[in-house]
Design a protein around this ligand. Structure first.
Ligand SMILES: [Zn+2]
Ligand SMILES: [Zn+2]
Length: 328
């Protein structure tokens, strides 16, 4: 990719390489690339490691005992809702403060030139940040919490199979490693469905108000979209899981979009890179809509011809696809 590619003029910052996809699915196989991909994802501060740490903290310090969840009672149900609200507010609030209020790293690695939108009637309360907080803490956290109540209750009563670490250590690790992939697979199809013109107009458009995204945009979704999006959790009613699997899945589904929508590729604290944050892959989806529906974890977009690699050529192709999609 060269700097003369016209796509580079459309961004304040664009990574100097093509948007990467998980090399596990590349041919010919490259074990070194796969190792680097997973090392990059699990051995530095990324959304995966952050979500794992948060899940562990919740599991050991805050989660009510499973036996207490056998019947629907206010105490534990309130606590589950609170865990979701606090985790979301802590991560999105901190990131928003650092990047957009304190402007701690100015424009370094910021994809879009523009600041978040104020005084614009497209947004609820005429303000992008208030709009996003409202849809995230109101709609998303409510739906996610209700689904989790059902699953915890089913687990506590033994209506679904659960596993313990002592009896199934290998399964525990394998299933944990697959959760991001399951999430990516589920997300790709639910997201493609949301782009059906009818569903898009009334439902998914709420998320796409955010062409220029910020941390609070991650799961700023319409009610109906959240009802679909969080069905990903019901896999734990089928696949035998440990409570930590469900907690990690919750964090991954709710907290990692905060980072992937942060609008910045990297978090820089005191001149050095503190963490990987943003995701140019999904930033391109918000700019051009009909591309990169999934995640880079499983390359569905490459397989189904909707992959945008960050070049002007891909933008031209995406615009043509969008045109034929809406003129059918
Ligand atoms: Zn998005
Ligand atoms: Zn979309």
């Amino acid at each position: 990719m060269t700097a003369t590619d016209p796509e580079s003029d459309r961004w304040h910052y664009r990574p100097d390489h093509l948007v990467p996809l998980n090399p596990l699915f590349s041919w010919p196989p490259s074990p070194r690339a796969v190792w680097n991909w997973y090392r990059g994802a699990w051995l530095q501060i990324t959304s995966l490691t952050l979500c794992m740490v948060m899940a562990l903290v919740v599991y050991f310090a805050v989660l009510p005992p499973l036996e207490s969840m056998q019947s629907f009672a206010f105490g534990w149900m309130f606590r589950i809702w609170l865990i979701n609200m606090v985790a979301q507010t802590l991560v999105a609030g901190t990131l928003h403060w650092w990047l957009y209020i304190r402007k701690g790293q100015d424009m370094k690695t910021k994809f879009d030139r523009r600041d978040l939108t104020r005084n614009n009637g497209v947004f609820t309360f005429n303000n992008q940040v208030y709009d996003n907080i409202f849809w995230t803490l109101g709609s998303a956290m409510t739906v996610a919490t209700v689904y989790q109540w059902i699953i915890w209750w089913a687990m506590a009563n033994g209506f679904v199979a659960t596993v313990t670490f002592a009896e199934n250590p290998i399964w525990c690790f394998v299933w944990m490693a697959f959760i991001p992939m399951w999430s990516g697979l589920h997300f790709y199809w639910v997201h493609r469905l949301s782009h059906h013109p009818k569903l898009y107009k009334y439902v998914h458009a709420v998320h796409h108000r955010n062409v220029n995204v910020g941390p609070w945009s991650g799961i700023s979704n319409h009610w109906y979209e959240n009802i679909l999006y969080f069905t990903t959790y019901f896999i734990h009613l089928i696949v035998p899981s440990h409570p930590l699997h469900l907690l990690f899945h919750n964090m991954f589904q709710q907290v990692s979009p905060i980072l992937s929508h942060s609008g910045f590729e990297k978090l820089i604290v005191k001149e050095s890179e503190a963490a990987r944050s943003g995701d140019f892959f999904h930033q391109l989806h918000h700019r051009y809509f009909e591309c990169n529906y999934g995640t880079s974890e499983i390359p569905f977009d490459r397989w189904f011809g909707t992959y945008h690699d960050g070049t002007a050529e891909a933008t031209t192709r995406t615009r043509a696809f969008k045109k034929q999609m809406y003129t059918k």
